[in-house]
Design a protein around this ligand. Structure first.
Ligand code: F6R
Length: 614
């Protein structure tokens, strides 16, 4: 949560910072701010409640000159979203400006200590404590800024990615990281700083990912220096990032979410590239082969994730247990990390995360690692914290996901989990050759079938208009479709603010059925698979209580159409691959309902894409 950007070089910093903030707005959009040092060594700070566009409007008549600056887009943790709580925060003397992503857990103690020394605070944030503390330590001991930052951070408990400007030193930027991501971009005579590489790739593909406990000393026309809190030099590797700028734009779509829904056929092809052979008769995930012994000898798999990634994990459990006959447990990372779980060196822990930065998932990985488990990451953001903390893993390769509601990452995660289950099952010989070949060949056909589903977009847009009245929705599915029901409900609630519940269809009788009346839309995944007859009975139960059924059915189904109010016909595919098909219309339904209701689809209220706080 919160996005931070910095620049030092020879160009005007302001346009680079603002453009960078727009790329990071997915991380939070409660308030935004910028600090610049101009040629006369004035430190100009502008901040405002609202989005980056509000900041732009606010700064229109202001002096935004300067070739060094830092900027921030906020997702509120401590202190309501308002101008006073927006970053950058500045020190008492007005000499230092600081931006922060993370949480300072012991801020109350530090604040009290500073208050007894006569410091006053302008905001109710945890961040302001940090900038005041740095200045206090600097002034008390007459230290240079780097040393003061090192000492201050030794007193801090919590997570941070910070960047600091000092009016007295307009040729230097200091940045530090612990548990929140930070990337330094190295250009020709200029440096960039950001929470991820997206604000940087336009200018340079050379980046350094800071590690926990590292501080970057970024000086004009001097080489990058990275040290730790004890001033020991940290060797750093410059990496080349490959990111196509087109991936960061809407490409003619009204929203990133719709663009990302439509990208899914290409994404799944990218995800399978080099892993499923061209004849479609073999799947190899290199990480599985490289760590075959460890994976095959695992007594148990535990999958940790949050939100949409947790829904993908539920599908992964079903796939791995069915094909590999290995017991799998799925855990919310936030629960797992705080309940002293039984984890042994015999376990393999799979961490699933689009951003690779989710604080709870990262903490779950560290905990499992400390208990000797082997950790496998399934992530999207290349070079992010989780892939760097795991022993091995597979990227989903679906490209940057910018819409806050996750779409293509979910289908990418399910695709990787399918490939993982198939690769392991083949190695373990728990799958017959015919079944294996059949599934692999059908997997290869998924992108083409997804394209067919995307043709339903206009029809689903029409259908969505009918349901804008609803205050509640129920989503039902069984087997592989139960996590899809959960995911469909999550998509609807997060972008349309309609309350929605996903349930295993048969569980409905144990409570939720009481909610059903003529007003209640019930989305049922009723494709023709082993559980079809059972789901059919569940639909009858809903209709008997006058619920309005929207059914996802297999093309050519003539039975459900007699009972349901609306049927969405989908191409036939094997049961284990159905989530890759059935999720897509549910994404479109949520999207169009939210658009009809006039919601901010890409930036729904209270949410942020990357949840880097617990
Ligand atoms: C929902 C959504 C969230 C994320 C969750 C985990 O659309 O995007 O529920 O899935 O915050 O994020 P990652 O996958 O980045 O760990």
């Amino acid at each position: 949560m919160c996005g931070i950007v910095g620049y030092i070089g020879h160009r005007p910093a302001y346009p680079i910072l603002v453009k960078g903030l727009k790329r990071l707005e997915y991380r939070g959009y409660d308030s935004a701010g910028v600090a610049l040092i101009d040629d006369a060594q004035h430190l100009n700070i502008y901040k405002t409640k609202g989005k980056v566009s509000d900041l732009e409007a606010f700064t229109q008549q202001k002096d935004t000159s300067g070739t060094i600056g830092i900027a921030h887009t906020r997702w509120a943790t401590h202190g309501e979203p308002c101008t006073a709580n927006a970053h950058p925060h500045y020190s008492s003397s007005g000499r230092l400006a600081l931006i922060h992503n993370g949480i300072i857990e012991n801020y109350a103690v530090l604040r009290e200590k500073l208050q007894t020394k006569g410091y006053t605070f302008r905001s109710s944030t945890d961040t302001e404590v940090l900038v005041q503390l740095i200045e206090y330590i600097q002034d008390l001991n007459q230290l240079d800024l780097l040393t003061a930052v090192q000492l201050a951070l030794q007193e801090v408990i919590g997570a941070y990615a910070i960047a600091i400007l000092d009016r007295e030193h307009p040729d230097q930027l200091i940045a530090a990281r612990k548990s929140s991501p930070l990337v330094v971009g190295i250009g020709q005579g200029e440096f960039f700083l950001a929470s991820d590489a997206t604000p940087i790739v336009e200018y340079t593909d050379q980046v350094v990912y800071l590690d926990d406990g590292e501080i970057a000393l970024i000086r004009r026309d001097q080489p990058l220096r990275i040290v730790d809190l004890n001033n020991v030099e940290c060797p750093h590797e410059v990496k080349t990032v490959a990111m196509n700028l087109g991936q960061l734009e809407k490409g003619g779509f009204p929203h990133f979410m719709l663009k990302e829904i439509f990208e899914q056929p290409d994404c799944i092809n990218d995800c399978m590239r080099g892993r499923v052979n061209v004849d479609g008769d073999n799947v190899v995930l290199s990480a599985v082969i490289d760590h075959k012994e460890r994976l095959l000898n695992a007594k148990r798999f535990v999958i940790v994730a949050c939100g949409t990634s947790w829904h993908a994990a539920l599908i992964g459990k079903h796939l791995i247990e069915s094909f590999c006959r290995i017991p799998v447990e799925v855990e919310y990372a936030s629960e797992f990390r705080y309940r002293d779980p039984v984890i042994t060196p015999d376990d393999v822990v799979i961490a699933i995360s689009q951003s690779g930065e989710t604080a709870d998932t990262l903490a779950a990985v560290e905990l499992a690692k400390s208990r000797g488990a082997f950790i496998y990451g399934i992530c999207n953001a290349i070079g992010s914290s989780i892939p760097r903390a795991t022993h091995t893993g597979s990227y989903i390769h679906v490209g940057p996901e910018i819409g806050v509601a996750s779409t293509k990452a979910f289908t990418g995660q399910v695709t990787v989990l399918t490939m993982l289950a198939l690769t392991l099952a083949r190695e373990k010989q728990t799958i017959g050759q015919d079944e294996y070949l059949y599934i692999v060949r059908q997997l290869v056909r998924i992108p083409e079938k997804m394209k067919e589903v995307l043709l339903l977009n206009d029809r689903i847009a029409q259908l969505a208009k009918i349901f804008t009245y609803a205050h509640n929705f129920i989503y039902l599915g069984r087997g592989y479709s139960y996590p899809v029901a959960l995911e469909g409900a999550l998509k609807l609630k997060e972008i349309s603010y309609i309350h929605a519940e996903g349930y295993p269809a048969a569980e409905m009788k144990h409570g939720p059925i009481a909610l059903i009346d003529a007003e209640m839309p019930v989305v049922v995944i009723a494709t023709q698979n082993g559980l079809y007859e059972k789901v059919l009975s569940n639909i009858q139960e809903i209709k008997a209580r006058k619920g309005r059924v929207i059914a996802l059915v297999t093309k050519g189904d003539t039975v459900v159409s007699q009972i349901a109010d609306t049927c969405i016909e989908l191409p036939e595919t094997p049961e284990c691959l159905e989530p890759l098909i059935t999720t897509v219309p549910l994404q479109m339904l949520a999207y169009h309902i939210a658009v009809c209701k006039g919601m901010d689809v890409d930036q729904p209220r209270n949410l942020a894409k990357s949840v880097t706080v617990e």
